[in-house]
Design a protein around this ligand. Structure first.
Ligand code: PLP
Length: 321
């Protein structure tokens, strides 16, 4: 059966729900980034979004769409971090109880923030346990609505609003580079690109250790990989989704990969030159441009910086090394 895919209209409706609730994040430029890439680069800075990542957009939109009965029963989700914080904060703002299933090795700062927003945390071992099965069990026990991190119509539509704002602000672009985990951000961004800048080439960027998306695009079917070990914890997903994959197939030019080393150089660039804290996963798109993974000389290039939530001691260690 062909799943019902979200459209750009859904992105527009999500942006109406988010108005006044999510930040309209800044688009920043850097003469150094332009000099290094030979292009005009526009960074859409979702590291400045509420709770520190774009995931607030999808989470808020999904919760805003619940019926009164669903709101009363609460929501449940699984996440390596930012989606957890997004659901915890978006739930709190909309008066809904959230249960979050989180890996044991999730960064301490992400866990603390999720608890700070009032989310109830259940932990699991991401190398041996299936988070989706745990979520289904809690759902069956409590009647809570499952809001997955990426493979959900309202989540995808919400994530697409960041790129929508970018195109509205800077006009058409030749390229758009998007960090890729399960593909919620990439597929939503691709919907906005296709509607607002139809000739724009949209690229997904994955960590080299977790290139399931690239393999999937090459093979024409969703490829599953074991949980990858990468600094890009927000993109340590094992497979694309049933909604995100067809959207990516339809609207995304290609998926490229970058190494953890390239992520660290890019993190250092953001700290040193642009005075921004960007988490490793948030550097994926920028790394592809700054490290010349895709040559973009002379082009107008959009990059979504997806988040800025770091564990400070870890962050300092990576930058100092
Ligand atoms: C979740 C996340 C991603 C990946 O998003 P998907 O929608 O799963 O592809 C990228 N960057 C950050 C900071 C994230 O939190």
């Amino acid at each position: 059966m062909q799943p019902e895919l979200p459209t750009y209209d859904d992105v527009v409706r999500a942006s109406e729900r988010l108005a006044g609730n999510a930040h309209r994040t800044p688009v920043l430029t850097s003469a150094t980034a332009d000099a290094i890439s030979g292009a005009s680069v526009f960074f859409k800075c979702e590291n400045f979004q509420r709770m520190g990542a774009f995931k607030f957009r999808g989470g808020y939109n999904a919760i805003a769409r619940l019926t009164p009965e669903q709101r009363a029963a609460g929501v449940v989700t699984f996440s390596s971090g930012n989606h957890a914080q997004a659901i915890a904060l978006a739930s709190k703002l909309q008066g809904v109880q959230a249960t979050i299933i989180m890996p044991l090795d999730a960064p301490a700062a992400k866990r603390a923030a999720t608890e700070g927003y009032g989310g109830k945390i259940v932990t699991y071992d991401r190398y041996t346990e299936d988070r989706e099965a745990i979520a289904r069990r809690i759902q069956a026990e409590t009647g809570a609505t499952l809001i997955p991190p990426y493979d959900h119509e309202d989540v995808i539509a919400g994530q697409g609003t960041a790129a929508k704002e970018l195109f509205e602000e800077v006009g058409e672009l030749d390229y758009l580079f998007v960090c890729l985990g399960g593909g919620g951000l990439l597929s939503g961004s691709a919907l906005s690109a296709f509607a607002l800048s139809p000739r724009c080439l949209v690229y997904g960027v994955e960590p080299e250790a977790g290139n399931d998306g690239q393999q999937s695009l090459r093979k024409g079917e969703i490829v599953r990989i074991p949980a990858p070990k990468t600094l890009a914890d927000g993109a340590a997903t094992t497979h694309l989704g049933n909604l995100t994959f067809p959207l990516i197939q339809k609207h995304v030019r290609d998926i490229v990969t970058v190494t953890d080393e390239q992520l660290v150089s890019t993190m250092r660039f953001f700290a040193e030159r642009m005075k921004m804290v960007v988490e490793p996963t948030g550097c994926l798109g920028a790394a592809a441009v700054m490290q010349n993974v895709v040559p973009v000389r002379g082009a107008r290039v959009g990059v979504i910086i997806s988040g800025g939530n770091v564990d400070l001691p870890n962050y300092a260690k990576l930058l100092a090394a």
